[in-house]
Design a protein around this ligand. Sequence first.
Ligand code: SAH
Ligand code: SF4
Length: 369
Amino acid sequence: MSDKLNLLNLTRDEMVKFFEEIGEKPFRAPQVVKWIHQFGVDDFEQMTNISKSLRAKLSEVTEIKGLDVITEQLSDDGTIKWALKTQEGQAIETVFIPDGDRGTLCVSSQVGCVVNCSFCSTAKQGFNRDLTTAEIIGQVWFAARRLGSLKTTGERKVTNVVMMGMGEPLLNFDAVADAINLMLDDYAYGLSKRRVTISTSGVVPGLQKLKGKLDVALALSLHASNNELRSKLVPLNRKYPLEELLPAVKDYIGESKASKKVTIEYVMLKDVNDSPEHARELVRLLKNVPSKINLIPFNPFPNTEYQTSSQKAIDTFAEILLSKGFVVVTRRTRGDDIDAACGQLVGKVADRTKRQEKYKNSLNVVEVR
Ligand code: SAH
Ligand code: SF4
């Protein structure tokens, strides 16, 4: 592995510090950030407004090292799924979902996931490690460059990012925060804060830390209308139950300009959480939480104990919420012919057991069978 500093790891502020440290002017930082993130350049020789001697110095001590692509799969509906390779050869997945003018990139934050939700195929792979800032922003960098070169049917661009790939973003807080900082930076991707979404299974300290530090849209993976059921589906609920989680969510959106409402994600599992009684309980639970509700048909994967709710059950569930004034969207499943739908993102995770146990213990997460 190279011992050069990977500039993809640095936010603009960090890059300013770096240039100061090597005795260069701070204004070099925005210039280099622009070359890397806006123009997708990874060769210092192309940075024409940087002097020859500085280019030589930079290539001596730094590098711009993205992720290599292992596979690219194109779905009939235009969705593209990439498996990208980390330096140790682990695979992570990134999905691009075009929809009219919008291009949403679903970004991973960890290799595997420790939270171990019972309906999620990423969880079944265990947890291996956190991704670095370079690997998280590297997914956006890769997609932007690749989509640029794929331009066959009109302009395809990343306009939105959702942290809904593999992993729990709030359990990899610092790297995710730095990567999001670059997504929002006008010198890098310049995305609007309303177009960048963190999706969390409910890490309360992470939500508290987020408040005041980073203002982006928030999605909460709720999936259940009471603690007993939620603890079975999302084991993290035992550590951060609804009576702690929902106030933390309200606190965050109370201060946020990007997220006036939290998006509630609710995966529809046949005969588990999809009855009219569950819908009514959800109405009571969310009475004082400014929210919009996304009903997600369960995406099955091999050896799962769950089934997708019937369309009728989903419609009835949605109608109960709608009749009580909630905004409800039933999510279309995208890219399911290439297993790119939510919860189908699976990397090849080596060495899963030891680290997973370590993290589980530190989180006090109980495995539910
Ligand atoms: N760890 C974060 C973000 C990644 S998961 C979180 O849990 O929010 C992204 C979304 O996909 C979550 O709402 C998750 O609950 C949902 N999901 C996971 N497995 C799924 C499956 N098999 N079918 C449908 N949605 C699933
Ligand atoms: Fe992790 Fe999210 Fe999957 Fe739960 S749903 S195991 S938190 S990736």
